[in-house]
Design a protein. Structure first.
Length: 485
């Protein structure tokens, strides 16, 4: 028979099969959101299932955290402690259902299961190529099916701003998400045990803000005509360092925390900043001197530290890309969660020595930059969350992988889907074709990330995994009813 993905920790087949059922007959009210999601997905996959003598009991049991237990004999008995754990159990149960001679059945089995990694994530770049809200719902469905629990939205960059800022309305792009759309997506994910992590990229990748408000954010003294940034070079892709800019950033982060009310994390970007532009900005250099910062590298660390403290003061945990240098590690609050991705600005061992919790987002094999660069599913199955690779010759992970000791400070891993190359000029038209292709690549690779982060440091039988994935792929297409396939 086919096994669920990710494979449960303990999974024993104990007999034959019983008729499937998709109505929970006994439960605790805390599991209502998970049950509603399960019922909806079962309807999408199997339609109406004839009345079954099988009962499903979903029982509260203390001490399981986000794990679960399942016993399928004459009936289905599931134990969980949280709505998150109930979602995982019901996703497993749905994957176990199969049609034999026109009858939908469950295998008789015993399962004990829980995740090793607290962060099993995916990121979607909504900026370079706008993704309709329906696409994001489809990603949420994919996350539920494979027990991915973090869904990062890259909402601002040089090219556009997709968040509806009321404090900076002129910066918001024509194509953006409304607050109502985001709230609906947040609630949909929350019910399914998925947390959305919003990202507002600063102080770099900032050109869209600079172009809309050059007098506020621009990093050169002469701002006249700076609206035509690409032609004049009047505004760089980095935020001007001055008190007024930081005050506005605090307002920006406050708006984001209000909309993403249930997320403990706010991603503040912090990568690939054109810090050389600060050297030519009188206001930024004056700020640097006033705060006793010796150079633009310290100014960069100061910006990350100040943004991080803003987020902490709002009761949230700041998240940042690896982008600050090792010498500025003491400046950054240690509560800051760091994505180690490029192994260029600094490497995972130095971040761990610096006292940070980190997420492995290794460029190779966890990046999808469609259609230019990505790695096969098999390579993700060879990856571990304490291993970093890169194809770029300037990265320290190019000549040989960077491998750390196993550490609880490595919280998990994340696939990052970037839209840099998904432009009509690259031969794609219309946009729906670009997104359909991108989604197919994610659908092939995200289950492998789920497998490797649910159970860490395991050797996967690739042939068996790909066989199971092929069977589940036919099921998941019915789950994704929000997205035009």
């Amino acid at each position: 028979m086919n096994h669920p993905i990710p494979r449960p920790k303990k999974f024993d087949i104990t007999g034959g099969t019983i008729p499937a059922a998709f109505e929970v007959t006994k439960t605790d009210p805390i599991f209502t959101p998970a049950i509603c999601a399960f019922r909806e997905y079962a309807k999408r996959i199997f339609g109406s299932v004839k009345n079954s003598s099988t009962n499903i009991e979903l029982i509260f049991q203390d001490g399981l955290d986000d794990g679960y237990r399942m016993s399928i004999d004459d009936h289905v008995i599931i134990s969980a402690s949280t709505n998150v754990g109930a979602n995982y159990a019901l996703a497993t149960l749905l994957q176990l259902a199969q049609t034999i001679d026109n009858d939908v059945v469950f295998p008789q089995c015993e399962i004990v299961d829980s995740p090793d990694s607290s962060w099993r994530g995916v990121m979607i770049d909504t900026v370079r190529c706008f993704h309709e809200i329906e696409y994001l719902y489809a990603v949420a469905d994919l996350c539920w099916f494979y027990k991915i629990n973090r869904f990062q939205l890259h909402l601002t960059d040089d090219q556009a701003i997709r968040f509806p800022f009321s404090s900076l309305p002129n910066a918001v792009s024509d194509e953006h998400y409304t607050r109502e759309q985001l709230t609906g997506l947040i609630e949909y994910c929350h019910d399914r045990g998925i947390t959305i992590v919003p990202e507002i990229d600063a102080p770099g990748h900032f050109r869209a803000f600079n172009t809309a408000y050059p007098d506020l954010f621009g990093t050169v003294g002469e701002t006249e005509g700076a609206e035509t940034t690409a032609e004049t070079g009047g505004v760089s892709g980095i935020m001007r360092a001055q008190e007024q800019s930081f005050d506005i950033m605090q307002d920006i982060f406050k708006e984001v925390t209000e909309v993403f009310y249930d997320s403990p994390w706010i991603h503040i970007g912090g990568d690939e900043a054109q810090i050389d532009q600060w050297a030519n900005c009188e206001a930024s250099m004056q700020y640097c001197a006033e705060h006793g910062l010796s150079d633009i590298h310290e100014l960069y660390g100061h910006c990350v530290a100040r943004f991080s403290q803003m987020i902490l003061d709002m009761g949230k945990i700041p998240v940042v890309w690896e982008g600050f240098s090792e010498k500025t590690n003491p400046m950054i609050p240690k509560e800051t969660l760091v994505f180690s991705w490029e192994s260029y600005y600094q490497i995972a061992p130095s971040l761990l020595r610096g006292g940070f919790n980190i997420i492995n987002a290794s460029w190779q094999p966890l990046y999808i930059v469609h259609p230019q660069r990505m790695w096969p599913t098999e390579e993700i199955l060879d990856w571990e969350k304490n291993r970093w690779n890169h194809w770029w010759e300037k990265s320290q992970a190019t000549k040989a992988p960077i491998v750390t000791e196993e550490s609880p400070a490595i919280l998990g891993g994340q696939i990052c889907v970037w839209g840099d190359r998904m432009q009509p000029s690259n031969g794609y038209a219309p946009r729906c074709d670009m997104l359909r292709d991108e989604f197919s690549k994610l659908k092939e690779r995200l289950p492998a990330l789920a497998e490797k982060t649910w159970t860490s440091y395991q050797t996967v039988d690739k042939e068996k995994f790909l066989s199971d994935l092929h069977c589940l792929d036919e099921v998941i297409d019915n789950v994704l009813c929000f997205y035009e396939r």
